[in-house]
Design a protein around this ligand. Structure first.
Ligand code: ADP
Ligand code: ZN
Length: 521
């Protein structure tokens, strides 16, 4: 007979010392106890580990937990052992004494949980041994690592399907903090033979303040964000190693304490910086996305992005490292057209299949739509994960409000400039045409003779740049990647140009010049 929820509750207090389940835990544990396959999507900090640890403790047999990080395994094994639970890890960090001890425990069927490193999955001897030793459940942590569409693909995770069949089709339960619909379907298909029960936990993290800003002068914007946060610990993500070094230098020069973390650093230095960040207060870790997975520092007070994250999932996961103690934490994400161009180029240049590139492009577009969202940012974010909510009242857009105005005439001017210059120029040249800047290139191409020349003088160069982003986010224009990133009209753009459709744009990107501010009324 399978253990009951009553025994689960008893275990919760007797072993873990908690008096109640967190939201979602009970709903996930019940079908696990009933022997079902489960895919659970719960935000970071929601308490996923307990969902596989508890059934393992009160059930028969051995639960094999696959987890991508040795440090994480070590923490969990130490914690469980501390609770008096028979748990151990099998990974490259074990010396031969430790390995022997673990093997003996498994052979004698004394172990409840075995944490297994992903690289062990592909070893037939490991699978055979575990099957013969009564392994009867497979738990997969960070399950999005199996999906090439997720943001943290681990090739070793692909061996999971084979491993599972090798164990004899054991019950499989998988956990992840981020998965949009596409990634979710991909995980379900790769890890399970039949459709598992899928749980989507509440993604809202009300204590995280969400804010995004168009990048104009990133150093100044970030220093502004950090101004009142001396003494707080935080993370700033940059897309490149050089960017990390550069920004950290700038922050240190400005009197902050910044350290760097990226894959190009010597392992010793990297570990040292990480330890310092975990141990001390008031350190800003300037890092690439190599930093953070499995980092459990509850009092990270802010996370910022100096560059656009890779996708909404990556964004959510990265900002999710702030405020895990439940106290208020701030986030700020900077986005610029250069970031977008780079991401697009990376997608086109990758070896991915056409299908995958299409998914990647969609994800990038979704992220841009979030950046330039016309309504509550939290609402927009949560709707991406399939949750509907009311406006939150404390994101940047709720606080400052987001004013929309009719941008159709501006769009027609820009679209006309794109069309008349042959759909092969980028923003800067087009803006020169619009504001009537007769520089060398404009003259050489004879663009000063176009009827569009100078029709956009009412906006500044920056305002036009922002407008191009809005038109892009609004799907009116697309970028030609084979040429020099020139803008082209999409079908929707054609409709606006011909006056058959209209578009609203955000006004707050357009407040630099008094003239247009008045027009907005
Ligand atoms: P996740 O893996 O979802 O990011 P963890 O499993 O690391 O989250 O859990 C986050 C924290 O919440 C841990 O410190 C854990 O001990 C605690 N926790 C989990 N479940 C409960 C509960 N029912 N009551 C109180 N604390 C809990
Ligand atoms: Zn809001």
């Amino acid at each position: 007979m399978s253990p009951s929820l009553a025994s689960a509750r008893a275990c919760l207090s007797s072993v873990f010392g908690f008096d109640s389940f967190r939201p979602g835990q009970e709903e996930i544990i019940a079908p696990i106890l009933a022997g079902e396959d489960v895919l659970a999507i719960m935000p970071t900090g929601a308490g996923k580990s307990l969902c596989y640890q508890l059934p393992a403790i009160i059930g028969d047999g051995l639960t094999v937990v696959v987890s991508p990080l040795i440090a994480l395994m070590r923490d969990q094994v130490a914690q469980l052992t501390n609770y008096g639970v028979a748990a151990a890890a099998m990974n490259s960090a074990n010396d031969s004494d430790e390995s022997r001890r673990v093997f003996d425990l498994i052979r004698r069927r004394e172990l409840k949980l075995l944490y297994l490193a992903p690289e062990r999955l592909a070893r037939p001897d490991t699978v055979d041994f575990l099957r013969r030793s009564g392994a009867n459940r497979l738990a997969i942590d960070e399950a999005h690592c199996v999906s090439q569409w997720g943001h943290d693909f681990r090739p070793e995770y692909l061996a999971l399907g084979e491993f599972r069949r090798g164990l004899g089709q054991v019950q499989t339960i998988a956990f992840t903090a981020t998965a949009d619909a596409a990634t979710r379907a991909d995980i379900a298909e790769r890890l399970f033979d039949t459709t598992p029960r899928i749980f989507i936990g509440g993604f809202d993290r009300p204590n995280l303040m969400l804010a995004m800003q168009a990048k104009d002068s990133p150093r100044r914007q970030l220093l502004g964000f950090l101004k009142d946060r001396k003494g707080d610990s935080g993370i700033i993500y940059c897309s490149s190693r050089a960017g990390c070094e550069d920004l950290a230098q700038g922050l240190n020069d400005a009197g902050h304490r910044a350290l760097v973390y990226h894959a190009g650093l010597d392992k010793k230095v990297r570990e040292n910086n990480q330890d310092t960040f975990l141990r001390e207060d008031g350190i800003i870790m300037v890092a690439t996305v190599a930093f953070g997975m499995g980092i459990d520092k509850p009092d990270v007070r802010f996370v910022a992005h100096a560059d656009l994250p890779k996708s909404i999932e990556a964004y959510y996961q990265e900002i999710g490292r702030a405020g895990r103690d439940g106290l208020a934490a701030e986030t700020l994400t900077l986005y610029g057209l250069g970031d977008v161009r780079l991401r697009r180029q990376q997608i086109e240049d990758s070896q991915a299949s056409d299908e995958q590139k299409r998914v990647e492009r969609q994800k990038l577009n979704a992220l841009l739509a979030l950046c330039e969202a016309p309504r509550c940012r939290r609402q927009t974010l949560l709707s991406y994960f399939g949750e509907t909510t009311q406006p939150c009242g404390h994101c940047d857009l709720c606080i400052t409000g987001v004013l929309l105005r009719d941008g159709t005439v501006d769009a027609q001017k820009a679209l006309s400039a794109i069309w008349r210059t042959g759909q092969r120029f980028g923003t800067e040249h087009l803006v020169n045409v619009l504001i009537g800047q007769d520089n060398d290139a404009v003259l050489r191409f004879g663009h000063d003779q176009l009827p569009t020349f100078g029709v956009g003088k009412e906006h500044s160069r920056d305002q036009w740049r922002a407008l191009f982003r809005q038109f892009y986010a609004g799907g009116l224009i697309s970028q030609d990647l084979s040429e020099h990133g020139g803008w082209r009209l999409t079908e929707a753009g054609g409709e606006v140009l011909r006056g058959r459709a209209r578009i609203d744009v955000r006004t707050e990107t357009l407040k630099a010049k008094g003239k247009s501010a008045k027009r907005e009324k």
